[in-house]
Ligand binder design. Structure first.
Ligand code: ATP
Ligand code: MG
Length: 349
Protein backbone atom coordinates (compact mmCIF):
# COMPACT_ATOMS: atom_id res chain seq x y z
CA UNK A 1 0.00 0.00 0.00
CA UNK A 2 1.27 3.51 -0.76
CA UNK A 3 2.14 5.97 1.95
CA UNK A 4 -0.43 8.75 2.15
CA UNK A 5 1.20 12.06 3.06
CA UNK A 6 -1.93 13.95 4.00
CA UNK A 7 -3.56 14.33 7.39
CA UNK A 8 -7.21 13.38 7.85
CA UNK A 9 -9.59 15.53 9.86
CA UNK A 10 -11.93 13.32 11.88
CA UNK A 11 -15.01 14.20 13.91
CA UNK A 12 -16.26 11.77 16.54
CA UNK A 13 -19.28 11.67 18.85
CA UNK A 14 -18.47 9.19 21.61
CA UNK A 15 -22.00 8.71 22.93
CA UNK A 16 -23.43 6.46 25.60
CA UNK A 17 -25.35 4.37 23.04
CA UNK A 18 -23.55 4.91 19.74
CA UNK A 19 -20.25 6.22 18.48
CA UNK A 20 -20.47 8.33 15.35
CA UNK A 21 -17.53 9.19 13.15
CA UNK A 22 -17.30 11.40 10.07
CA UNK A 23 -14.33 12.18 7.86
CA UNK A 24 -14.79 13.59 4.37
CA UNK A 25 -17.28 11.41 2.53
CA UNK A 26 -17.12 8.68 5.20
CA UNK A 27 -19.68 8.40 7.95
CA UNK A 28 -20.07 5.56 10.48
CA UNK A 29 -22.28 4.66 13.45
CA UNK A 30 -21.52 1.77 15.78
CA UNK A 31 -23.00 0.74 19.15
CA UNK A 32 -20.87 2.01 22.10
CA UNK A 33 -19.99 -1.45 23.25
CA UNK A 34 -17.03 -3.82 23.19
CA UNK A 35 -17.03 -7.47 24.11
CA UNK A 36 -15.24 -10.76 24.53
CA UNK A 37 -14.53 -12.92 21.48
CA UNK A 38 -16.95 -15.72 20.74
CA UNK A 39 -15.77 -17.42 17.55
CA UNK A 40 -18.40 -18.94 15.30
CA UNK A 41 -18.67 -20.32 11.81
CA UNK A 42 -16.67 -18.16 9.55
CA UNK A 43 -18.02 -17.08 6.19
CA UNK A 44 -21.64 -17.84 7.11
CA UNK A 45 -22.73 -14.30 7.84
CA UNK A 46 -24.44 -12.44 5.00
CA UNK A 47 -23.04 -9.10 6.13
CA UNK A 48 -19.32 -9.11 5.47
CA UNK A 49 -18.70 -5.41 6.06
CA UNK A 50 -15.74 -4.38 8.21
CA UNK A 51 -18.06 -2.04 10.15
CA UNK A 52 -20.21 -4.88 11.48
CA UNK A 53 -17.48 -7.48 11.86
CA UNK A 54 -14.78 -5.53 13.60
CA UNK A 55 -12.21 -7.23 15.82
CA UNK A 56 -9.17 -5.43 17.24
CA UNK A 57 -6.15 -6.72 19.18
CA UNK A 58 -5.64 -5.06 22.56
CA UNK A 59 -2.29 -4.20 24.18
CA UNK A 60 -1.99 -7.76 25.50
CA UNK A 61 -2.53 -9.22 22.04
CA UNK A 62 -6.05 -10.44 22.91
CA UNK A 63 -8.87 -10.03 20.46
CA UNK A 64 -11.75 -7.72 21.35
CA UNK A 65 -15.08 -7.44 19.51
CA UNK A 66 -16.16 -3.90 18.68
CA UNK A 67 -19.57 -2.32 18.13
CA UNK A 68 -22.24 -4.32 16.30
CA UNK A 69 -20.22 -7.56 16.40
CA UNK A 70 -19.91 -7.23 20.20
CA UNK A 71 -23.59 -6.34 20.53
CA UNK A 72 -24.69 -9.41 18.56
CA UNK A 73 -22.08 -12.05 19.37
CA UNK A 74 -20.18 -11.37 22.60
CA UNK A 75 -21.18 -13.16 25.75
CA UNK A 76 -19.68 -10.48 27.96
CA UNK A 77 -20.40 -6.97 26.71
CA UNK A 78 -19.03 -3.79 28.21
CA UNK A 79 -20.71 -0.46 27.48
CA UNK A 80 -18.20 2.33 26.88
CA UNK A 81 -20.30 4.84 28.79
CA UNK A 82 -23.16 4.93 31.24
CA UNK A 83 -24.93 7.37 33.57
CA UNK A 84 -24.03 10.15 31.20
CA UNK A 85 -20.26 9.68 31.36
CA UNK A 86 -17.42 7.63 29.92
CA UNK A 87 -16.57 4.49 31.88
CA UNK A 88 -13.33 2.96 30.68
CA UNK A 89 -10.86 5.13 28.80
CA UNK A 90 -8.88 2.06 27.69
CA UNK A 91 -11.97 0.46 26.16
CA UNK A 92 -13.00 3.70 24.48
CA UNK A 93 -9.53 4.05 23.00
CA UNK A 94 -9.70 0.54 21.57
CA UNK A 95 -13.07 1.26 19.97
CA UNK A 96 -11.83 4.55 18.53
CA UNK A 97 -8.73 2.96 17.02
CA UNK A 98 -10.86 0.23 15.50
CA UNK A 99 -13.16 2.76 13.80
CA UNK A 100 -10.25 4.89 12.64
CA UNK A 101 -8.94 1.80 10.84
CA UNK A 102 -12.11 1.89 8.72
CA UNK A 103 -11.26 5.20 7.07
CA UNK A 104 -7.66 4.31 6.21
CA UNK A 105 -6.72 3.98 2.58
CA UNK A 106 -3.11 2.99 3.27
CA UNK A 107 -1.09 1.33 6.03
CA UNK A 108 0.13 4.60 7.53
CA UNK A 109 -1.91 7.77 7.99
CA UNK A 110 -2.02 10.90 10.11
CA UNK A 111 -5.05 12.29 11.89
CA UNK A 112 -6.36 15.32 13.67
CA UNK A 113 -9.18 14.11 15.90
CA UNK A 114 -11.91 16.21 17.49
CA UNK A 115 -14.26 14.23 19.68
CA UNK A 116 -17.32 14.87 21.78
CA UNK A 117 -17.77 13.05 25.08
CA UNK A 118 -20.86 12.76 27.33
CA UNK A 119 -21.40 16.01 29.20
CA UNK A 120 -20.90 14.50 32.68
CA UNK A 121 -17.42 13.21 31.73
CA UNK A 122 -14.84 14.66 34.13
CA UNK A 123 -11.79 16.76 33.24
CA UNK A 124 -9.42 13.97 34.28
CA UNK A 125 -11.12 11.40 32.05
CA UNK A 126 -11.01 13.81 29.12
CA UNK A 127 -7.31 14.46 29.70
CA UNK A 128 -6.63 10.75 29.94
CA UNK A 129 -8.49 10.14 26.69
CA UNK A 130 -6.55 12.91 24.99
CA UNK A 131 -3.21 11.57 26.23
CA UNK A 132 -4.17 8.07 25.18
CA UNK A 133 -5.17 9.16 21.69
CA UNK A 134 -2.22 11.38 20.88
CA UNK A 135 0.83 9.82 19.25
CA UNK A 136 1.61 6.74 17.24
CA UNK A 137 -0.44 3.55 17.41
CA UNK A 138 -0.07 0.11 15.89
CA UNK A 139 -3.49 -1.22 14.95
CA UNK A 140 -4.28 -4.85 14.23
CA UNK A 141 -7.83 -5.50 13.08
CA UNK A 142 -9.59 -8.56 11.71
CA UNK A 143 -12.90 -9.04 9.93
CA UNK A 144 -14.89 -11.74 11.75
CA UNK A 145 -16.93 -12.66 8.68
CA UNK A 146 -14.12 -13.01 6.16
CA UNK A 147 -11.11 -13.63 8.40
CA UNK A 148 -9.20 -10.91 6.56
CA UNK A 149 -6.59 -9.23 8.79
CA UNK A 150 -5.04 -5.79 8.48
CA UNK A 151 -2.15 -4.17 10.28
CA UNK A 152 -1.53 -0.46 10.19
CA UNK A 153 0.06 2.43 11.90
CA UNK A 154 -1.48 5.78 12.67
CA UNK A 155 -0.18 9.06 14.01
CA UNK A 156 -2.70 11.21 15.84
CA UNK A 157 -1.16 14.67 15.69
CA UNK A 158 -3.73 16.68 17.60
CA UNK A 159 -6.73 15.91 19.78
CA UNK A 160 -9.59 18.22 20.74
CA UNK A 161 -12.18 17.09 23.29
CA UNK A 162 -15.42 18.84 24.28
CA UNK A 163 -18.93 17.90 25.43
CA UNK A 164 -20.90 16.28 22.58
CA UNK A 165 -23.48 19.04 21.94
CA UNK A 166 -20.67 21.52 21.28
CA UNK A 167 -20.28 19.78 17.91
CA UNK A 168 -23.85 20.63 16.95
CA UNK A 169 -23.42 24.21 18.21
CA UNK A 170 -20.38 24.65 15.95
CA UNK A 171 -22.04 22.88 13.03
CA UNK A 172 -25.15 25.06 13.30
CA UNK A 173 -23.16 28.31 13.44
CA UNK A 174 -21.08 27.28 10.41
CA UNK A 175 -23.96 26.05 8.29
CA UNK A 176 -26.17 29.03 9.09
CA UNK A 177 -23.33 31.44 8.34
CA UNK A 178 -23.53 33.10 11.78
CA UNK A 179 -20.14 34.61 12.58
CA UNK A 180 -20.64 35.79 16.13
CA UNK A 181 -21.18 33.49 19.07
CA UNK A 182 -24.81 33.67 20.10
CA UNK A 183 -26.02 32.71 23.57
CA UNK A 184 -27.72 29.40 23.03
CA UNK A 185 -28.84 26.21 24.61
CA UNK A 186 -28.20 22.94 22.80
CA UNK A 187 -30.42 20.02 23.73
CA UNK A 188 -29.18 16.63 22.53
CA UNK A 189 -31.91 14.03 22.98
CA UNK A 190 -30.18 10.68 22.57
CA UNK A 191 -31.13 7.10 23.22
CA UNK A 192 -30.28 6.83 26.92
CA UNK A 193 -29.54 10.40 27.94
CA UNK A 194 -30.42 13.95 27.06
CA UNK A 195 -27.45 16.31 27.27
CA UNK A 196 -28.00 20.03 27.73
CA UNK A 197 -25.22 22.53 27.00
CA UNK A 198 -25.49 26.28 27.56
CA UNK A 199 -23.32 28.71 25.59
CA UNK A 200 -22.75 32.25 26.85
CA UNK A 201 -20.56 34.69 24.89
CA UNK A 202 -18.92 31.74 23.13
CA UNK A 203 -18.13 29.90 26.37
CA UNK A 204 -19.47 26.55 27.48
CA UNK A 205 -21.15 27.16 30.83
CA UNK A 206 -20.52 24.24 33.15
CA UNK A 207 -22.98 25.20 35.90
CA UNK A 208 -25.69 25.69 33.29
CA UNK A 209 -25.13 22.34 31.58
CA UNK A 210 -26.05 18.82 32.56
CA UNK A 211 -27.62 15.56 31.53
CA UNK A 212 -30.78 13.71 32.39
CA UNK A 213 -32.04 10.20 31.86
CA UNK A 214 -35.22 11.18 30.06
CA UNK A 215 -34.59 10.38 26.40
CA UNK A 216 -35.86 8.07 23.62
CA UNK A 217 -35.29 5.09 25.90
CA UNK A 218 -37.76 6.49 28.45
CA UNK A 219 -40.37 6.83 25.71
CA UNK A 220 -40.10 3.17 24.66
CA UNK A 221 -40.25 2.09 28.34
CA UNK A 222 -43.35 4.21 28.97
CA UNK A 223 -45.02 2.82 25.84
CA UNK A 224 -44.16 -0.72 26.82
CA UNK A 225 -45.86 -0.19 30.23
CA UNK A 226 -48.91 1.37 28.59
CA UNK A 227 -49.26 -1.56 26.18
CA UNK A 228 -48.96 -4.03 29.02
CA UNK A 229 -51.73 -2.27 30.92
CA UNK A 230 -54.01 -2.07 27.91
CA UNK A 231 -53.39 -5.39 26.18
CA UNK A 232 -51.89 -7.48 28.97
CA UNK A 233 -48.95 -8.36 26.74
CA UNK A 234 -45.29 -7.68 27.33
CA UNK A 235 -43.46 -5.96 24.49
CA UNK A 236 -39.83 -5.14 25.21
CA UNK A 237 -38.97 -1.42 24.95
CA UNK A 238 -36.15 -2.23 22.53
CA UNK A 239 -38.59 -3.86 20.11
CA UNK A 240 -40.69 -0.68 19.97
CA UNK A 241 -37.83 1.41 18.64
CA UNK A 242 -38.27 0.56 14.96
CA UNK A 243 -42.01 1.26 15.12
CA UNK A 244 -41.29 4.64 16.68
CA UNK A 245 -38.58 5.52 14.16
CA UNK A 246 -41.02 4.73 11.35
CA UNK A 247 -43.73 6.84 12.98
CA UNK A 248 -46.15 3.89 13.16
CA UNK A 249 -49.47 4.63 14.88
CA UNK A 250 -50.60 1.02 14.99
CA UNK A 251 -48.51 -1.84 16.22
CA UNK A 252 -49.09 -5.55 16.34
CA UNK A 253 -49.64 -6.90 19.86
CA UNK A 254 -50.52 -10.56 20.30
CA UNK A 255 -51.72 -10.72 16.68
CA UNK A 256 -54.02 -7.69 17.04
CA UNK A 257 -53.46 -4.11 15.92
CA UNK A 258 -53.20 -1.64 18.77
CA UNK A 259 -53.46 2.11 18.30
CA UNK A 260 -50.66 3.74 20.29
CA UNK A 261 -51.43 7.35 19.35
CA UNK A 262 -52.71 8.49 22.72
CA UNK A 263 -50.13 6.57 24.78
CA UNK A 264 -47.43 8.01 22.54
CA UNK A 265 -48.72 11.59 22.84
CA UNK A 266 -48.91 11.29 26.59
CA UNK A 267 -45.38 9.93 26.95
CA UNK A 268 -43.85 12.40 24.46
CA UNK A 269 -45.52 15.30 26.26
CA UNK A 270 -44.39 14.35 29.73
CA UNK A 271 -40.80 13.55 28.69
CA UNK A 272 -40.50 16.78 26.69
CA UNK A 273 -41.83 18.69 29.70
CA UNK A 274 -39.12 17.20 31.91
CA UNK A 275 -36.49 18.26 29.35
CA UNK A 276 -37.82 21.83 29.21
CA UNK A 277 -38.07 22.05 33.02
CA UNK A 278 -34.48 20.92 33.42
CA UNK A 279 -33.33 23.38 30.73
CA UNK A 280 -35.15 26.14 32.60
CA UNK A 281 -33.50 25.15 35.86
CA UNK A 282 -30.04 25.15 34.26
CA UNK A 283 -30.66 28.53 32.62
CA UNK A 284 -31.03 30.00 36.12
CA UNK A 285 -27.29 29.51 36.50
CA UNK A 286 -26.46 31.84 33.63
CA UNK A 287 -25.45 35.46 34.32
CA UNK A 288 -28.43 37.83 34.19
CA UNK A 289 -27.21 39.56 31.03
CA UNK A 290 -27.33 36.30 29.06
CA UNK A 291 -29.86 36.35 26.25
CA UNK A 292 -30.79 33.04 24.70
CA UNK A 293 -31.19 33.63 20.97
CA UNK A 294 -31.23 30.04 19.80
CA UNK A 295 -32.33 26.70 21.12
CA UNK A 296 -30.81 23.90 19.05
CA UNK A 297 -32.42 20.47 19.35
CA UNK A 298 -30.38 17.51 18.07
CA UNK A 299 -29.89 13.77 18.59
CA UNK A 300 -32.20 11.05 17.24
CA UNK A 301 -34.81 12.19 19.75
CA UNK A 302 -35.19 15.46 17.83
CA UNK A 303 -37.22 13.53 15.23
CA UNK A 304 -39.68 12.47 17.91
CA UNK A 305 -39.67 15.32 20.45
CA UNK A 306 -38.59 18.18 18.15
CA UNK A 307 -42.00 19.65 17.32
CA UNK A 308 -43.23 19.38 20.87
CA UNK A 309 -40.01 20.85 22.30
CA UNK A 310 -40.22 23.77 19.89
CA UNK A 311 -43.64 24.71 21.21
CA UNK A 312 -42.71 24.02 24.83
CA UNK A 313 -39.55 26.18 24.72
CA UNK A 314 -41.69 28.97 23.32
CA UNK A 315 -44.40 28.54 25.94
CA UNK A 316 -41.80 28.44 28.72
CA UNK A 317 -40.64 31.84 27.47
CA UNK A 318 -37.12 30.58 26.79
CA UNK A 319 -37.38 31.83 23.19
CA UNK A 320 -39.51 34.70 21.91
CA UNK A 321 -40.45 32.95 18.68
CA UNK A 322 -40.72 29.30 17.64
CA UNK A 323 -38.36 29.92 14.70
CA UNK A 324 -35.55 30.50 17.21
CA UNK A 325 -35.68 26.76 17.89
CA UNK A 326 -33.47 25.07 15.30
CA UNK A 327 -32.92 21.47 14.30
CA UNK A 328 -29.92 20.45 12.18
CA UNK A 329 -30.70 18.64 8.91
CA UNK A 330 -28.95 15.51 10.16
CA UNK A 331 -29.75 15.65 13.87
CA UNK A 332 -28.10 12.28 14.55
CA UNK A 333 -24.74 13.08 12.94
CA UNK A 334 -24.59 16.82 13.67
CA UNK A 335 -22.24 16.49 16.67
CA UNK A 336 -19.72 14.44 14.69
CA UNK A 337 -20.05 16.76 11.67
CA UNK A 338 -19.35 19.79 13.88
CA UNK A 339 -16.31 18.13 15.44
CA UNK A 340 -15.01 17.27 11.98
CA UNK A 341 -15.29 20.97 11.07
CA UNK A 342 -13.37 21.82 14.26
CA UNK A 343 -10.67 19.27 13.36
CA UNK A 344 -10.43 20.88 9.90
CA UNK A 345 -9.69 24.27 11.42
CA UNK A 346 -6.85 22.76 13.50
CA UNK A 347 -5.52 21.13 10.33
CA UNK A 348 -5.21 24.44 8.56
CA UNK A 349 -3.13 25.98 11.35
N1 ATP B 1 -35.23 9.31 12.17
C1 ATP B 1 -35.56 8.97 13.42
N2 ATP B 1 -36.81 9.05 13.82
C2 ATP B 1 -37.14 8.72 15.06
N3 ATP B 1 -36.28 8.29 16.00
C3 ATP B 1 -35.02 8.18 15.65
C4 ATP B 1 -34.58 8.51 14.35
N4 ATP B 1 -33.26 8.31 14.31
C5 ATP B 1 -32.91 7.86 15.52
N5 ATP B 1 -33.95 7.78 16.33
C6 ATP B 1 -33.96 7.34 17.72
O1 ATP B 1 -33.03 8.13 18.42
C7 ATP B 1 -32.22 7.33 19.25
C8 ATP B 1 -30.79 7.46 18.83
O2 ATP B 1 -30.44 8.80 18.79
P1 ATP B 1 -28.91 9.19 18.93
O3 ATP B 1 -28.12 8.50 17.90
O4 ATP B 1 -28.86 10.66 18.99
O5 ATP B 1 -28.63 8.56 20.37
P2 ATP B 1 -27.22 8.24 20.98
O6 ATP B 1 -26.33 9.39 20.71
O7 ATP B 1 -26.78 6.92 20.53
O8 ATP B 1 -27.59 8.14 22.48
P3 ATP B 1 -26.88 8.88 23.68
O9 ATP B 1 -26.81 10.32 23.33
O10 ATP B 1 -27.76 8.55 24.83
O11 ATP B 1 -25.54 8.27 23.73
C9 ATP B 1 -32.64 5.92 19.08
O12 ATP B 1 -33.39 5.55 20.23
C10 ATP B 1 -33.50 5.91 17.83
O13 ATP B 1 -34.56 5.04 17.99
MG1 MG C 1 -25.76 11.21 21.54
Amino acid sequence: MPIAPMTNAVGIDLGTSTIKLTSGDKSYRIPSVIGTPNPGWQGMSSDKSWLNNLIIEDAKGQEVYIGELARLQSEIRKPLASEGKMKSIQNSLLALKAILSLIMKSSYEQFVVATGVPIATGVNESKELSRGLKGTHEIKVRNDATGEAKQMKILIEQVFIAPEPYGTYWHTLKTSGVQTAVDSIIVDVGHGTTDILCMYKGNMMRAASGSLEEAVDSLTSALSRAIQEKAGKIIRPFDLMTAIEQGKKNILVGGKALDITSAMDQAVTSIADVIVDESNRLLNNLPPDAWIEKVIVCGGGAYIFGDYLKQAFFEANIVKNTNEVLQPTDAVMSNALGFEQIALTKLKK
